[in-house]
Design a binder for this molecule. Structure first.
Ligand code: 3PY
Ligand code: MG
Length: 265
């Protein structure tokens, strides 16, 4: 099994899969982070500056490190989801899935008939799956994991209906947008009491539906708390946040005159 075809098994392992989260516009960044201890690497085309061609170049670099490549597509760009699966993405995260119709359309573009309407043409996926075309066709609906993001009040209210859509394999909580929505636009607080309660509810509903659930964590400390809650996939910070945190930590050490530089480069 390759990182592409084994992603659902990895999600079932009982150990939360930790994914890097990359938006910087160069495939070298996800390629670099894929060589760290992450279980997967996600490319964020919704808020990141990385474009389609760079994402397609990053996918085999992530796979070469033995990691599944996940891509978050921009809002409502379901056709892009199909094209990224063609390129060899193991999984797609679609933001702002707020209606059952959104979920159905997302599933249609990520699954082949009879489940969906994905068109044949997996130029990169075929090679990365290690499968012949007939076997790829037979298996792709099972191993291409579709995550519908639940990050609004509307989505939360119909989470069972989203989970019930055939072809939706998983939901993914966006705690920042959810906090904005649940506070009626009053605050950004991804660890608010309301968000915590919404997460607990969503985890219980995903478990009841027999589907996976993922979440974004801004720090390692937060990721550990969310792992304890039982999420299957946890995004750990972003490439730009890790870069800034590393720079700030190094500068703090120098300015405070402390020693302890690791020399690890
Ligand atoms: C959110 O927290 O809203 C997200 O989309 C995670 O990046
Ligand atoms: Mg969001």
């Amino acid at each position: 099994m390759t990182p592409l075809s084994s992603f659902p098994e990895r999600l079932k392992s009982g150990t939360p899969q930790l994914t890097a989260w990359c938006g910087l516009p160069d495939p070298a960044v996800p390629a670099l982070l894929a060589r760290e201890g992450f279980d997967a690497v996600t490319i964020d085309m919704q808020h990141g500056a990385i474009d389609f061609a760079a994402t397609v170049r990053a996918i085999p670099l992530i796979a070469a490190a033995g990691k599944p490549a996940i891509v978050r597509v921009p809002v409502a760009e379901f056709a892009t989801a199909s094209r990224l699966l063609d390129a060899g993405a193991a999984s797609i995260i679609a933001p702002m899935i707020n209606t059952v119709e959104d979920a159905r359309r997302f599933a249609a573009f990520t699954k082949f008939p009879p489940l969906g309407e994905r068109s044949w043409g997996p130029h990169g996926g075929l090679a990365l799956s290690g499968l012949d075309p007939k076997s790829y066709f037979a298996g792709a609906n099972g191993f291409s994991v579709a995550f519908a993001m639940v990050e609004t009040r509307e989505a939360l209210a119909i989470v069972d209906d989203i989970l019930a859509v055939d072809g939706i394999d998983a939901i993914f909580i966006g705690p920042s947008d959810l906090s904005i929505a649940l506070s009626g636009g009053a605050s950004l607080d991804p660890a608010s009491r309301e968000v915590e309660a919404a997460m607990d509810h969503a985890i219980a509903r995903a478990r009841a539906a027999g589907k996976f659930i993922g979440v974004y964590a801004a720090s390692g400390e937060r990721a550990a708390q969310l792992a304890a809650k039982g999420f299957d996939l946890i995004a750990l910070g972003s490439d730009s946040a890790l870069l800034r945190a590393g720079a700030q930590a190094a500068l703090r050490q120098v300015r405070q005159g402390t020693s302890g530089a690791t020399g690890a480069y």
